[in-house]
Write a protein that binds this ligand. Structure first.
Ligand SMILES: [Zn+2]
Length: 412
């Protein structure tokens, strides 16, 4: 928020005889200090909840480089718990402190300090917690982050957080009528454009009918109908966006986006992050991904039956970017077998895939038909598979690998 712009606007508000008790804003203290000193001495400040939750998440993302087990999904879940802890204890510093203090224990599957109002494992013994953290060092670092939010001054801020979503929505309406790409500030139409946005925010699209009537331009049938349809759509959307199913869908889409970004980063490296343009990674250090090999031209009868190895992969889907979750192989003549369970790189297994493979992934643990199985990272599993295959090769000829769908999604 620009200090000058805000204080000028609020000065006009004061001249009209109105008083302002509280400002909801981000961490910008210059604007607040200026307005408090010059206009409203009793002014109080509320921080924007979204900014606080985002900053909290950023602190957790910093821990990721040190603790590989802290996944993006885990961080998103912790942010959600943090946000609930604040919202459910609005105005109560004690309530917020209790829930935030319990959060590290809850995430490490210890629920004695949790409250039954929000902790599902405490309410239901059979409930299996999806996001569980592990590691003494991670616990210590996570607790340190939480301590930054449980001191007296921070708790006071958290107890009075507000949302600036309404402001963002207003900004969007103004930007639709006065796009930033056009210099309307030099035009006399700017006042009308901003006024139209304010009227739309307060009255809905009905303001168009009122403006028409005031100026003797009786609005016709189509204008009436269009305004009613747009207003109805807006109110329906507002109700729908608050529904549980819509919130769940938003969370699913976010997880899909994060998974896609992760896969893209594997192929392309980081394309967007702070100061990515000035990073000192030299081009020769970026590993080239070899092109797909041409179709296999060798015929199976070129090899003896002794060399035949049959393998099968279970994956999270049928796409070439799906994650591997299981590698199984059999050396036909000797009967030697290999069976490796793999932690999915994307961090989750879709229900459609679980129904077929019987494999589920919760809290960093892989389950087969509801029983926990030992799983390793994809890179580790592929290396083990490679070593296993090499044991059957000899100097002159390679063994034949037979795989189901091995030229599509099951190509290792
Ligand atoms: Zn708990």
């Amino acid at each position: 928020m620009e200090p000058f712009l805000t204080s000028t606007c609020l000065q006009e508000v004061k001249q009209k005889g109105l008083n302002i008790e509280r400002l909801t804003m981000d961490g910008d203290s210059t604007t607040f200090t200026r307005v408090k000193r010059s206009l409203f001495p009793k002014l109080k400040k509320s921080n924007d909840k979204n900014h606080i939750v985002k900053n909290f998440g950023n602190e957790l993302y910093k821990l990721k480089s040190k603790h590989k087990s802290l996944s993006n999904n885990n961080i998103a879940h912790i942010q959600k718990c943090f946000s609930y802890g604040i919202s459910q204890n609005k105005g109560s510093t004690h309530g917020i402190k209790t829930s935030l203090d319990a959060l590290p224990f809850h995430m490490f599957n210890e629920h004695s300090s949790c409250s039954a109002t929000w902790c599902k494992p405490l309410r239901d013994e059979n409930y299996r917690q999806t996001h569980i953290l592990q590691g003494t060092e991670l616990r210590k670092d996570f607790q340190n982050v939480i301590h930054g939010y449980t001191n007296e001054s921070m708790l006071e801020i958290l107890a009075h957080v507000q949302s600036t979503n309404a402001n963002e929505n207003m900004n969007h309406m103004v930007a639709r009528k006065a796009p930033k790409t056009v210099t309307y500030s030099e035009s006399e139409s700017l006042d009308f454009r901003v006024s139209a946005a304010v009227a739309q925010k307060n009255e809905g699209r009905q303001y168009i009918l009122q403006v028409n009537e005031t100026h003797g331009l009786s609005p016709g049938h189509y204008t009436h109908r269009k305004c009613s349809v747009l207003d109805e759509r807006r109110s329906n959307l507002a109700v729908k966006q608050k529904s549980v199913s819509m919130k769940r869908r938003r969370s699913e889409l976010k997880a899909e986006r994060m998974s896609k970004n992760f896969i893209d980063e594997v192929y392309e490296g980081k394309t967007y992050e702070t100061a990515v343009g000035v990073s000192d990674i030299e081009i020769e250090h970026i590993e080239d991904i070899p092109p797909c090999p041409a179709e296999c031209s060798e015929t199976p009868h070129a090899y003896g039956q002794d060399d035949v190895i049959v393998f099968d992969l279970e994956t999270t889907g049928l796409g070439t970017t799906s994650s591997i979750v299981q590698i199984a192989a059999l050396h036909v003549s000797s009967g030697q077998q290999l069976n490796l369970f793999v932690k999915p790189k994307c961090g989750y297994i879709p229900t459609t895939a679980s129904n077929i493979t019987g494999l589920e992934f919760h809290g960093g643990v892989l389950y087969q038909h509801c029983k926990e199985v030992t799983s390793v990272a994809a890179s580790e599993a592929l290396l083990a598979f490679k070593r296993w295959l090499e044991a059957f090769g000899n100097a002159n000829k390679e063994s034949t690998k037979c795989g189901n769908n091995k030229n599509s999604h099951e190509k290792p």
